[in-house]
Design a protein around this ligand. Structure first.
Ligand SMILES: Cc1cc2nc3c(=O)[nH]c(=O)nc-3n(C[C@H](O)[C@H](O)[C@H](O)COP(=O)(O)OP(=O)(O)OC[C@H]3O[C@@H](n4cnc5c(N)ncnc54)[C@H](O)[C@@H]3O)c2cc1C
Ligand code: FES
Ligand code: FES
Length: 490
C-alpha cells in the first residue's frame, strides 16, 4: 500500500500538508503555537470545558458533516483527511457569522473566554441541517462551560441563528469542499516520523494490523478522549502512535441477522442512531456520555479497550450478551465481552492486538432491557454506578436474567448470584425479588472513592435492580413496598 509522510487536511479552502509533526502534537497547540490562530482558547486541557472547541468537517456518504471536537485532546494525525474550521475563520470581510452576530445581539458573552468554544459548537449546530429544539441546543452546548454569562442568552442566540438552513460560505462551498475532501481520501497510509517516533494512520485493515503487530509497544489510539489526557495531564511520553480511525471497515455499523455489528473506530456519534434503536435507555445513556465533542471523537471500541471499571458502554453491552472480536496480524479471535475484562487495568488483549468489532444481539420478542447511569452531575460526568439488565420472560415470569454493573468492582462485571435468584421469579410477586436484590451484596464489593461511597454504590445498585423490575412489572403489580429501603422491615 502506498504511504505518505505528510499529514494533510483542509483549512480555509486550501490543503495543508505538514511533515515531521511530533506524534503527540495536539490540534490546540498547533493552532495557538504554530499557526498562531489564537481565537481558540485553552481552559482545562482535558476535554471538559469546551473552550478549545473547533469544528471538523468530514466526508460521510458524499456530504460534508461538521462536528465540534475538543482541540486540546485531539492529535494532529486525527485531522488527516478532514476540514479544520476555527473561530478565527468565521467572520467574512468584517461581517460576523450569523452565530456570532446572534451571540452579540443577545448578549451571550461577558468575559468572552468560553465564547469561541460556544461559537464553534453552535457553528456545528448551524450546519446540522435541522431546526434545533431547545433540548437539541442544550445537548449541543453541554460540553461548553460558561462561568459568567449564564446559559439563557446563549440558548436564545442558538435558537435565533440556527434555523436548519445554512447560508454561510461553508454552505455555498459544500460541493467543492466535498470534492476536495474526497481527493484526500486516496487510500494512502499516513506514516509521519521515523521508526522510533511516529504517528501513523493506516488506511487499510491489513496495513493497520501489520503495523500494530510489528510495533507492540505503540499506543493504539481511536478518538484520544482517554489517551489525550495521558498526554496533557499525566505527561506521558508516547513516541509511537497508531491511529485506527483511517480504516473505513472499522467505522462500519451493520444491522443484520438479529445483531448489530459495530466497528472499533465507530464514534458514539456515528453509532448513536443504531445503538438507540436497540433500546431507548441506551440512547438516554449515550446522550450523557461526555459531551457532543467527546461523542464526536470517542469510540465504542475505545470505551471497551480502555478496560475502565466505570465506562458506560460495557455494562450495557455485557447485559445484551455482546461478543468482542479482536485481531492480531491476520489472526482473528472472538470472546464474550465480559471475559475481556480480566482485572483492574488488565484485559485479555496481547500487545499489538486490536479491538476490531463488537457484535450485539438485538432484543428478542420475549426479552426486556433497562439501563441506568448514575452520576453526580446529569451532563458530562463519569458514572458512579452504571447498571444494565436484560430479562428473558415467559409471560410474567423471569426465565433468565443478565445483570451487569459498572462502578461496583475492578471491572465491569455480571452478578451471577443475583441472576440465579432472578430465575423463575414472578413479576407479580415483588417480595420474591428481594433475594435477588440482596444477592447483589454477595456479587459485588464496591469501593469508596471521590465519586461515591461503597454503601451508596450498593444501595443504588440494589435500588436500580428494583426499579428495573418495577418498570417492567408495571404500575399495577403491587410494587410499592419494594421502594422501601431494604434495611427496613417489610
Ligand atoms: C470530558 C470527558 C468526558 C467523558 N465522559 C465519559 C462518560 O460519560 N462515560 C464514559 O464511559 N467515558 C467517558 N469519557 C471517557 C472516554 O471518552 C471514553 O472512554 C471513550 O469511549 C474512549 O474512546 P476513544 O476512542 O477516545 O479512546 P482512546 O482514548 O483513543 O483510547 C482509549 C484506550 O483504548 C485503547 N484503544 C482504543 N482503540 C483501540 C483498538 N481498536 N484496539 C485496541 N486498543 C484500543 C487505547 O490504547 C487506550 O488504552 C470521557 C472523557 C472525557 C475527556
Ligand atoms: S481546554 Fe477545556 S476542553 Fe479543551
Ligand atoms: S463569558 Fe466568561 S466564561 Fe463565559
Amino acid at each position: 500500500m502506498a504511504s505518505r509522510s505528510a499529514i494533510r487536511f483542509l483549512r480555509r479552502g486550501q490543503v495543508v500538508s505538514l511533515e515531521n509533526v511530533p506524534p503527540m502534537r495536539t490540534v490546540l497547540d498547533y493552532l495557538r503555537l504554530e499557526e498562531k490562530s489564537r481565537g481558540t482558547k485553552e481552559g482545562c486541557n482535558e476535554g471538559d470545558c469546551g473552550a478549545c472547541t473547533v469544528t471538523l468537517g468530514s466526508l460521510r456518504d458524499g456530504n460534508v458533516v461538521y462536528e465540534p471536537v475538543n482541540a486540546c485532546i485531539l492529535l494532529m494525525g486525527q485531522i488527516d483527511g478532514k476540514e479544520l474550521v476555527t473561530v478565527d475563520d468565521l467572520a467574512e470581510d468584517g461581517t460576523l457569522h450569523p452565530v456570532q452576530k446572534a451571540m452579540v445581539d443577545l448578549h451571550g458573552s461577558q468575559c468572552g473566554f468560553c465564547t469561541p468554544g460556544f461559537i464553534m459548537s453552535l457553528f456545528a449546530l448551524y450546519h446540522s441541517g435541522k431546526a434545533p429544539t431547545r433540548q437539541d441546543i442544550v445537548d449541543q452546548i453541554a460540553g461548553n462551560l460558561c462561568r459568567c454569562t449564564g446559559y439563557r442568552p446563549i440558548v436564545d442566540a442558538a435558537a435565533r441563528a440556527c434555523s436548519g438552513t445554512a447560508l454561510d460560505r461553508w454552505a455555498r462551498a459544500a460541493d467543492e469542499t466535498a470534492r476536495k475532501l474526497a481527493k484526500l481520501q486516496d487510500g494512502t497510509d499516513l506514516f509521519c516520523g521515523s521508526a522510533d517516533s511516529f504517528i501513523a494512520r493506516p488506511a487499510s485493515a491489513d496495513s493497520l494490523c501489520s503495523l500494530a503487530a510489528s510495533n507492540p509497544e505503540a499506543a493504539i489510539v481511536a478518538g484520544a478522549t482517554d489517551v489525550g489526557l495521558w498526554i496533557t495531564k499525566q505527561m506521558r511520553e508516547l513516541p509511537r502512535i497508531i491511529l485506527v480511525g483511517g480504516v473505513e471497515e472499522l467505522h462500519r455499523i451493520s444491522d443484520k441477522q438479529g445483531r448489530l455489528s459495530i466497528g472499533a473506530a465507530a464514534t458514539y456519534a456515528e453509532a448513536q442512531a443504531q445503538l438507540e434503536g436497540l433500546h431507548p435507555d441506551i440512547g438516554e445513556v449515550l446522550r450523557r456520555i461526555g459531551s457532543r465533542q467527546v461523542r464526536a471523537s470517542g469510540t465504542v471500541g475505545g470505551n471497551i479497550a480502555n478496560g475502565s471499571p466505570i465506562g458506560d458502554m460495557p455494562p450495557m453491552l455485557i447485559a445484551l450478551d455482546a461478543t468482542l472480536h479482536l485481531r492480531h496480524g491476520s489472526d482473528v479471535r472472538s470472546l464474550p465481552l465480559e471475559s475481556f475484562f480480566v482485572g483492574y487495568g488488565k484485559q485479555d488483549r496481547k500487545p499489538g492486538e486490536l479491538v476490531w468489532r463488537i457484535d450485539v444481539p438485538k432484543l428478542a420478542a420475549d426479552q426486556v432491557f433497562r439501563a441506568y447511569k448514575i452520576s453526580k452531575r446529569f451532563d458530562q460526568d463519569i458514572s458512579a454506578v452504571m447498571a444494565a439488565f436484560r430479562f428473558t420472560l415467559d409471560g410474567r415470569r423471569v426465565m433468565q436474567a443478565r445483570v451487569a454493573l459498572g462502578g461496583m468492582a475492578a471491572t465491569p462485571k455480571r452478578g451471577p448470584r443475583a441472576e440465579a435468584m432472578l430465575q423463575g421469579v414472578s413479576l407479580d410477586d415483588p417480595p420474591s425479588w428481594d433475594r435477588a436484590i440482596s444477592a447483589l451484596a454477595e456479587d459485588f464489593q464496591p469501593i469508596s472513592d471521590m465519586r461515591a461511597s461503597a454503601d451508596y454504590r450498593m444501595n443504588v445498585a440494589q435500588g436500580l435492580l428494583g426499579k428495573a423490575l418495577i418498570e417492567i412489572a408495571g404500575a399495577d403489580a403491587g410494587t410499592t413496598r419494594i421502594l422501601k429501603p431494604l434495611s427496613e422491615p417489610a
